[in-house]
Design a protein around this ligand. Structure first.
Ligand SMILES: NC(=O)c1ccc[n+]([C@@H]2O[C@H](COP(=O)([O-])OP(=O)(O)OC[C@H]3O[C@@H](n4cnc5c(N)ncnc54)[C@H](O)[C@@H]3O)[C@@H](O)[C@H]2O)c1
Length: 253
C-alpha cells in the first residue's frame, strides 16, 4: 500500500457514502483529508466519523459545488492541495419523455459543472503554488453505456470524461494528472437509495452485474487510491473502470 504522508486531499461529496470511503482509504495511508459537501456540519458528522482512518487527519468544509465562489473559498483553505477529487453527485430517475428541463439542468449543474468548478479551482491553485498534483473525477460505467431512465445523469458523466481528457491534455505541462474513476453499481449512496425506492431499478440490477454482487464503497475507494498513488504516475486522461463487468453485459430484463 503506497503511503500518502504529508499529502493534502480535498474530496467533494465527502459527506456521502463513496466520498467518506475515499476519505477513510486515503487518510489511512497518511493523507490529510478535507471533505467538502453541501450538508450542514451536524448532518455531515456521521460521514466525517466514518472517514477517519488510522493515521491521517480528516476535517470538514461546507460548500455547494455549483457555487464557484464557495468552491474557490473552500479549496484556498486546503494547503497543501496535492489531490482534488470531484465526487459530488446526484441522480433522479425519469423516463426520457418525462425529464423536465429543471431535472436536466440540475444534473448538469451539480455533476458536470460541479466537477469543472472543482477541477479548475484546484488546477489554478496547484499552478499558482508551483506544485504538481492529481485531479480525479468520479464518473460511472454509465458514462459509456446507456441505462434506462437516467439520461441526464449518464450525459453528465459522459461530460466528465471529456472534461478530464481535455484538462489532462492542457495541464500535463504543469505536472497535473487528471483521471476518472468509473464505478459500477455500488451498494451505497445513490444506487442504494435507488435499489430501496425504485422496484424497476432493483429488478434490473439483478441482471447486469457479471461479478454477481453490487460493489462496496470501499472497493471504489481502493481503486481511487491507486489513481492517487505513485503507481499511477504515468496515467492521465484515463478512465479507470471498476464496474464488476457491468459494461460488458447486454442487458435484458
Ligand atoms: N452509488 C453508486 O452506485 C455510484 C455508481 C457510480 C458512480 N457514483 C458516483 O459516486 C459519487 C458519490 O455518490 P454516492 O453514491 O456516494 O452518493 P451519496 O448521496 O452518498 O453522496 C453524494 C454526496 O454529494 C453531495 N452533494 C450533492 N449535491 C452537492 C452540491 N451541489 N455540492 C456539494 N455536495 C453535493 C451530497 O450531499 C452527498 O453527500 C457521485 O458522483 C455518483 O454519481 C455512484
Amino acid at each position: 500500500m503506497d503511503r500518502l504522508d504529508g499529502i493534502g486531499v480535498a474530496i467533494t461529496g465527502g459527506a456521502g457514502d463513496i466520498g467518506a470511503a475515499m476519505g477513510r482509504e486515503l487518510s489511512a495511508r497518511g493523507a490529510s483529508v478535507t471533505l467538502v459537501d453541501l450538508r450542514a456540519p451536524e448532518e455531515a458528522a456521521p460521514w466525517l466519523e466514518r472517514a477517519r482512518g488510522a493515521d491521517g487527519e480528516v476535517r470538514y468544509l461546507r460548500a455547494d459545488v455549483t457555487d464557484r465562489g464557495a468552491v474557490d473559498e473552500a479549496l484556498a483553505r486546503v494547503d497543501p492541495l496535492d489531490i482534488a477529487i470531484g465526487n459530488a453527485g446526484i441522480v433522479e430517475s425519469a423516463p426520457f419523455l418525462e425529464i423536465t428541463e429543471g431535472q436536466w439542468q440540475t444534473h448538469l449543474a451539480v455533476n458536470l459543472t460541479g466537477c469543472f468548478n472543482l477541477g479548475q479551482s484546484a488546477a489554478r491553485l496547484m499552478v499558482e503554488r508551483g506544485k504538481p498534483g492529481r485531479i480525479v473525477f468520479t464518473g460511472s460505467w454509465v458514462q459509456e453505456v446507456p441505462w434506462p431512465e437516467i439520461t441526464a445523469y449518464s450525459v453528465s458523466k459522459a461530460g466528465i470524461r471529456m472534461l478530464a481528457r481535455q484538462m489532462a491534455r492542457e495541464l500535463a505541462g504543469h505536472g497535473i494528472l487528471v483521471n476518472v474513476i468509473a464505478p459500477g453499481i455500488v451498494r451505497a449512496g445513490l444506487a442504494k437509495r435507488q435499489m430501496e425506492t425504485e422496484p424497476q431499478y432493483a429488478r434490473r440490477v439483478k441482471h447486469v452485474i457479471p461479478l454477481g454482487e453490487p460493489q462496496s464503497a470501499e472497493q471504489v475507494a481502493r481503486a481511487t487510491a491507486f489513481l492517487c498513488s505513485e503507481a499511477a504516475d504515468y496515467m492521465t486522461g484515463s478512465t479507470l473502470l471498476v464496474d464488476g463487468g457491468c459494461s460488458l453485459f447486454q442487458f435484458d430484463e
